[in-house]
Write a protein that binds this ligand. Structure first.
Ligand code: SF4
Length: 461
């Protein structure tokens, strides 16, 4: 889960434009943020732990001058949350210097790392491997990128700077979104269309699977750098990750989530007095569920949107408040049969605490409806779900999960129902963590330890 952005606009303050664009990608990663600029080929990068608004100010943005910029928001999947892994990564190689931001996760990072044994790496993430392959290849730049893409396996939507050019490329399955937009005086490439809207850029098109764009003051050059494989856009983007105002392959995410709620109501109706969303990602599906059943929609659970964004650990007394740090129920749930609608259950801990909190607040029944099917397997392509044995549904029936979370009833949307709601064909989506059928080679033991390239003794995040 990361957001990437690239801008070519020689007459604009590109770092400032990138900074505003990153605000629209903040939901994709909150651990660190960064911007790199290219000034006539000379690269400067600023990256720090924290939110976009915490990392950048007038003064440090003023030091980022150039004609091209890339930006990144990070949520880690390979490599811990530490400064060395913040992006854009910059790698000085024997052939060139490359600044690069990556959304996705490589499944062959171990092999690539071994093959780069003689190259000094400054991070424990898989992203620097992509930069190092390009930076240490003596072939011309576009050829070096294509050579690197041929060696990468897994998920990558990338923006990069090298030799005074903005590069954007996407893996052959297209796991993560990447779109091209036009500014009146340049171009922008980014993870989600909501960033184009914020920047006033016109949507041009999605990058094709396996495509490379090279952008400079002469315009955009596109090439099919590696052959496209079967489409595998992550279905989690539709029900959880992408912002509701984003359009994925032409489908508005909010509308898809409302359809999920409507379909869920059709498949698993329930007699109740109130429908409550688990904010924020459960809200559109709860709207759909309420619309389809006629049960009144209520905010019911008020979310504190700021407390989860602090790096300060709560003390023991506050920790014991558990979920109350994040959610607080309204008095109107007392004496009511409530339906709570959420996008997914991964480990089950949050859902269990919310169900208990609603019973404590006086709800007489708590029915749980989920707008995705049970998550039964890990993700190797950029979403940090959990190890297989931590996934509550990987070894339990639906009724065992219901019992574990303490709900009156529990129902998930069917896979067919979810597919229908996305309005995209099955052949275009990855659904691997819901079906167990993965579109690429996966690691032996079905595990990809996040900290596998860290020095021994690095504490787990
Ligand atoms: S495994 Fe699941 S989370 Fe990962 S890319 Fe596929 S659908 Fe998305």
């Amino acid at each position: 889960m990361c957001g990437v952005l690239g801008i070519c606009a020689p007459d604009r303050d590109v770092a400032r434009v990138a900074h505003f664009g990153l605000h629209a990608l903040q939901h994709r990663g909150q651990e660190s943020a960064g911007i790199a600029v290219s000034n006539r080929g000379h690269l400067t990068v600023l990256r720090e732990m924290g939110l976009v608004a915490q990392v950048f100010d007038e003064q440090n943005l003023g030091g980022l001058q150039g004609q091209l910029a890339i930006g990144h928001t990070r949520y880690s999947t390979t490599g811990s949350a530490q400064w060395a892994n913040a992006q854009p990564i910059i790698h000085h190689g024997s052939a060139r210097t490359v600044a690069l931001g990556h959304n996705g996760n490589l499944v062959n990072a171990g092999e690539l790392r071994d093959s780069l044994a003689g190259v000094r790496l400054g991070s424990s993430s898989d992203t620097e491997l992509i930069a190092a392959l390009i930076a240490n290849d003596e072939a011309p730049l576009e050829q070096a990128v294509a050579n690197a893409m041929r060696r990468l396996e897994g998920a990558y939507s990338v923006t990069a700077l090298a030799e005074g050019k903005l590069l954007a490329f996407r893996d052959p399955h297209g796991f993560r979104p990447l779109v091209l937009g036009r500014l009146h005086d340049g171009h922008v490439v980014t993870s989600e269309t909501c960033a184009l809207d914020l920047l006033g850029a016109e949507f041009v098109r999605e990058l094709d699977r396996g495509e490379l764009l090279v952008i400079d003051e002469n315009g955009v050059r596109a090439e099919q750098a590696v052959p496209a494989a079967e489409g595998a856009l992550c279905i989690f983007e539709f029900f959880y990750l992408a912002r509701p105002d984003t359009r994925l392959e032409g489908v508005e995410v909010h509308a898809a989530r409302v359809r999920m709620g409507e379909r869920l109501a059709e498949e698993s109706p329930v007699e109740a007095d109130l429908v409550l969303p688990i904010p924020d990602s459960g809200t559109p599906a709860a709207i759909g569920f309420a619309r389809a059943t006629g049960i009144p929609f209520s905010e019911g659970l008020i979310k504190n949107r700021y407390v989860g964004r602090t790096f300060i650990q709560p003390d023991q007394e506050l920790r014991e408040q558990g979920i109350k740090l994040k959610f607080n129920p309204l008095a109107e749930v007392a004496g009511k049969r409530v339906v709570i609608v959420d996008d997914s259950i991964v480990r089950g801990n949050t859902t269990r605490q919310i169900v208990a909190m609603l019973f404590d607040a006086g709800a007489t029944e708590v029915h749980v409806r989920i707008s995705s099917p049970p998550v039964i397997g890990p993700c190797f392509y950029g979403i940090d779900l959990a190890d297989p044995d931590e996934l509550i549904a990987s070894s339990r029936t639906v009724d065992e999960v219901r019992e574990s979370i303490g709900a009156t009833s529990l129902a998930y949307i069917s896979l067919d129902g979810l597919q229908w709601a996305t309005a995209r064909p099955e052949s275009s989506l990855c659904r691997a963590c819901l079906t167990g059928s993965y579109p690429t080679r996966i690691p032996e033991g079905r595990r990809l330890a996040k900290l596998r390239f860290e020095p021994a003794g690095t504490p787990a995040p």
